[in-house]
Design a protein around this ligand. Structure first.
Ligand code: ADP
Ligand code: MG
Ligand code: MG
Length: 888
């Protein structure tokens, strides 16, 4: 096996072997672009090293051979005393990873060769500056010395000289600094800074290998589900110098604007500087356009190279370059990051330029980006005072009065106030306060902190880890840069940018939602480019996708909105939502019924109400399927809270005026009380033990369908039985349902074609799906409950209690309630699909859990061959887009 590749030997498709940086350096080299020569040590070499603790025996020789060749090409030897070849050692895994070793520049400099470099360049200052940078970077990243120590020494040198920028330090100062730096290395690392250039290089290479297993890198991989055995490549690249005077410099650039997608000149340039000075913000950069005045020849060449790269990569690229005494060098390129809006615009622009196909355009955008574009945002034109900035943990724009504890959040929100809950960090005790708040703001914690995880789960706006904010919960105030925000002051938080504002920032609806709602037409003159781009991409997706997309909707209003968003039916109508409000009393009567007559009377009262609900729903979804789920939740949910009721009854009894109905209610509440309601009397079990309940619901559906039919409508109802564990349960309910439907058909003179199916949401149902399919015309995977029952944890409890710990430990990269757990829950879905189809080839298969609107999960459902996904109306565009991406 070959462990080292010259830049001339690789290409961009070898990212597994050469890492992203190495593969693209090779690609640019082979495109004939000016890349400083060098070579890449493969991830395979890293793997051997990590497995065995030793570098592969042949590696040293291979590196020597490539170094020889490099020295030949450059006409000087690494660290040669009178004219040294210098190199950078750069890490570069397949995925760029925080926590991995950065780059060491200027390897090859020593007490001797620094003199040679000075002579060759005719510049003392430059040589000593390069040397101090080497010791600094090497000390920090290879020898593990605290970088602050070097920074402090540098600051001291500047103060002593009464200057503020590095470039004002002269050769003599830098020479002294080198001595200081070497002392720091000696005392902190317990060894001298290595003077042998090859030793420097070898140590740096090993440090890059080792950094693959740094704690932060490991944690990042666990969370992102990046395999631990990929390893990193190492790039050895001959140095070019941007710090050789005013005709030198370094810069970064984008081939188009990463914010808008527009073509033009976007980037920053810094004269007389090396490497990371640009990003570090040590001195002020100038806009790239000014390079045209500074160095026209290099500027023109750069523009041409950028065009070459765009046409070659067929995408926006970002680049790093350096100019050494008027000679341009390319140091890095990759397909660049962009904002969500730019992603849509760029994808359509590239289609128009004929660079990519529609199918490729779909791969350039994501559902997550679309979702981001659909959140309401703060009005950009508004005059606002920014208080600070934290981590954008859960998107949205929230405005409310500042409160500093959950109790106040609940109290104020009950009296109709909008509140923002501000905490240093949240814990499970804050849950009710978080629910009551418009948004959550914390000063500590990152993307996996309790606040962030729970807020995302609830779809609530959250900014976390805004460290400048000093939150004082005792005095109920926060302080930031002298501004004090007291309890009750209004604040605004932007969960998409992490920005925190004082006062009320006006919120405007997203133009993309205006478009989906039909309030803005993509063809209209005032439709912005973004809407047009989204419109076109959605058309590409709809043209490609095989999965149909339905909505979870319980009433006509939601159904109509879902239709506007592109829903092709309702995948889940929850009938329990029809039993709330005023109807709760009727349900109470049903539950309390002692005799058959009482029960029948209660059901009779409910029937017309239910029927009317369905008539409206079928009308809203005319011509499209509507899956109605029969009553699912445990009955106690319709009864008063056990504690409240007990207190009420006890008080009344002490006054000796206990109310008969309350006493009966309390009895019923006690009778129905369950330790584990989630696993108790609910779903099909209700239908089997409460005579007449499901019958009434089926009758309401059938009569509503008949009414619509007779009104020349096209109702397409599907009756869904929840929480089935065995085919026998389904058979019993089905028999009765078939009887009722036949009766309604006969009395109304209609042919209703109602289908009956079941949810697959218990492991037993999934495992016996082959049998269940005998009695089910369709399956709808209820992946929320299936996730709960497969994992054995309750969603309502665990997200707030131990999920944060699981995410931090990397056991989950993402909550299994957010993205389907493919290996566990997903594998049950897969086998149930196969078993269902084996029994009943035409069986209709869908999913109606939250996962139906989650991008990664949609791809999974496409892959296992479901017919449709169903999700909340707002997620429909995301599901359509991802279904299109999955199919192209
Ligand atoms: P990162 O992954 O952090 O971008 P890089 O390996 O790209 O790390 O290097 C950090 C900085 O050093 C970049 O600005 C890069 O352009 C510069 N750099 C790297 N190698 C060389 C080199 N051989 N000559 C000059 N500058 C270099
Ligand atoms: Mg880096
Ligand atoms: Mg870089």
């Amino acid at each position: 096996m070959k462990f080292v590749y010259d830049f001339t030997e690789g290409n961009k498709d070898l990212k597994d072997l050469l890492g992203g940086k190495g593969a693209n350096l090779a690609e640019m080299t082979n495109l004939g672009l000016p890349v400083p020569p060098g070579f890449t040590i493969t991830t395979e070499a890293c793997k051997v090293y990590l497995d065995s603790g030793e570098e592969p025996a042949v590696l040293r020789d291979e590196v020597s051979a490539h170094l020889d060749a490099l020295e030949q090409k450059m006409g000087k030897r690494l660290g040669q005393a009178d004219d040294p070849l210098l190199v950078s050692v750069r890490s570069g895994a397949k995925f760029s990873m925080p926590g991995m070793m950065d780059t060491v520049l200027n390897i090859g400099l020593s007490d001797k060769s620094v003199q040679g470099l000075a002579k060759q360049a005719g510049d003392e200052r430059f040589a000593w500056d390069s040397y101090r940078r080497l010791i600094q970077m090497f000390g920090k990243t290879v020898l593990g010395v605290d970088g602050e120590l070097f920074e402090e020494a540098l600051e001291k040198a500047k103060t002593a000289k009464k200057v503020t920028v590095d470039t004002d330090l002269e050769a003599g100062d830098l020479k002294k600094l080198v001595t200081t730096f070497k002392k720091i290395v000696k005392s902190e690392a317990g060894r001298d800074f290595p003077q042998d250039p090859r030793e420097q290089m070898d140590l740096a290479i090993k440090a890059v290998f080792d950094s693959w297993n740094g704690d932060r890198a490991k944690l990042y991989r666990r969370q992102e589900r990046i395999p631990h055995d990929l390893g990193t490549a190492v790039n050895v690249c001959s140095m070019v110098f941007g710090n050789l005077g005013p005709d030198s410099g370094t810069g970064v650039a984008f081939t188009r604007d990463p914010a808008s997608g527009h073509q033009g000149v976007y980037g920053d340039y810094l004269q007389n500087a090396q490497g990371e000075d640009v990003v570090a913000g040590i001195r002020n950069t100038v806009p790239l356009a000014e390079l045209e005045q500074i160095d026209k020849k290099s500027y023109d060449q750069l523009m041409q190279i950028m065009e070459t790269l765009e046409t070659h990569y067929k995408d926006l690229c970002d680049i790093e370059f350096t100019i050494e005494r008027g000679q341009l060098w390319m140091l890095q390129t990759r397909v660049g990051k962009r904002t969500a809006g730019a992603a849509f615009r760029i994808a359509t622009q590239l289609v128009d330029q004929g660079l990519i196909s529609e199918a490729e355009a779909l791969q350039r955008v994501t559902g997550a980006q679309l979702a981001q574009l659909m959140f309401p945002r703060f009005d950009e034109g508004a005059k606002v005072k920014q208080l600070g900035r934290g981590i954008a943990a859960s998107p949205g724009a929230a405005v409310g009065k500042a409160v500093f504890d959950s109790y106040t959040a609940i109290k104020w929100s009950r009296s109709g106030e909008k509140v923002i809950l501000i905490r240093r960090e949240t814990n499970p005790d804050d849950l009710d306060g978080m629910i009551a708040a418009e948004g959550i703001l914390t000063s500590r914690g990152g993307k996996t902190s309790h606040a962030a995880v729970v807020a995302r789960g609830m779809g609530k706006t959250c900014v976390c880890g805004a460290e400048e904010l000093e939150v004082d919960t005792k005095r109920r105030r926060l302080t930031v840069n002298g501004t004090v925000v007291e309890e009750g002051d209004v604040v605004s938080i932007d969960g998409s940018t992490g920005k925190v504002y004082l006062g009320e920032v006006p919120v405007v609806p997203s133009p993309v939602v205006e478009y989906f709602e039909g309030r803005m037409h993509a063809g209209a003159d005032d439709a912005d480019e973004l809407v047009q781009a989204v419109h076109r991409i959605m058309a590409f997706a709809d043209g490609k996708r095989r999965l149909r997309v339905r909505a979870n909707a319980d009433n006509a209003e939601d159904a109509l909105r879902a239709r506007r968003f592109g829903a092709q039916g309702i995948g889940l109508c929850r009938t329990e939502h029809m039993f709330l409000g005023e109807r709760r009393e009727m349900v109470e009567k049903l539950i309390l019924a002692d005799t058959d007559e009482e029960r029948e009377e209660a059901l009779k009262a409910l029937l017309p109400q239910q029927k009317q609900d369905f008539v409206e729903l079928f009308e809203a979804m005319d011509g499209l399927p509507v899956t109605v789920r029969l009553l699912d939740p445990p009955l106690h949910e319709f009864l008063p809270d056990i504690t409240e009721l007990s207190v009420r009854v006890a008080l009344a009894e002490s006054r000796k005026d206990a109310n008969e109905n309350d006493l009966r209610l309390l009895q019923a509440v006690h009778r129905l009380h369950e330790q584990n309601p989630m696993l108790g009397l609910r779903g099909v079990r209700l239908g089997l033990v409460i005579p007449g309940l499901f019958t009434m619901q089926v009758r309401a559906i059938a009569e509503a369908a008949a009414e619509r039919k007779n009104a020349k409508g096209d109702p397409r109802a599907e009756i869904m039985i929840p929480l089935v564990g065995t085919v026998q349960e389904l058979e019993i309910v089905r028999e009765e349902a078939d009887r009722v439907i036949a009766e309604v058909q006969a009395t109304t003179g209609t042919d209703l074609k109602l289908s009956i199916g079941t949810m697959i949401e218990l492991p037993r149902a999934a495992v016996t799906a082959g049998q269940i399919a005998e009695a089910a015309e369709f399956f709808s995977f209820g992946t929320n409950d299936l996730t709960q029952t497969v994992w054995g944890f309750s969603r309502d409890d665990v997200e707030a209690s131990f999920f944060t710990a699981y995410l931090e430990k990397g056991i989950f990269g993402v909550s299994p309630f957010e993205t389907i757990d493919k290996d566990g829950v997903g594998s049950l879905v897969r086998s149930a699909v196969e078993a269902g189809r084996a029994t009943r080839p035409g069986i209709k298969l869908g999913v109606c859990g939250e996962h139906g609107g989650d991008p990664e999960s949609v791809h999974f459902f496409h892959e296992v061959g479901l017919d449709y996904v169903s999700c909340s109306p707002f997620r429909i565009p995301v599901a359509r887009l991802e279904a299109g991406r999955a199919a192209s």
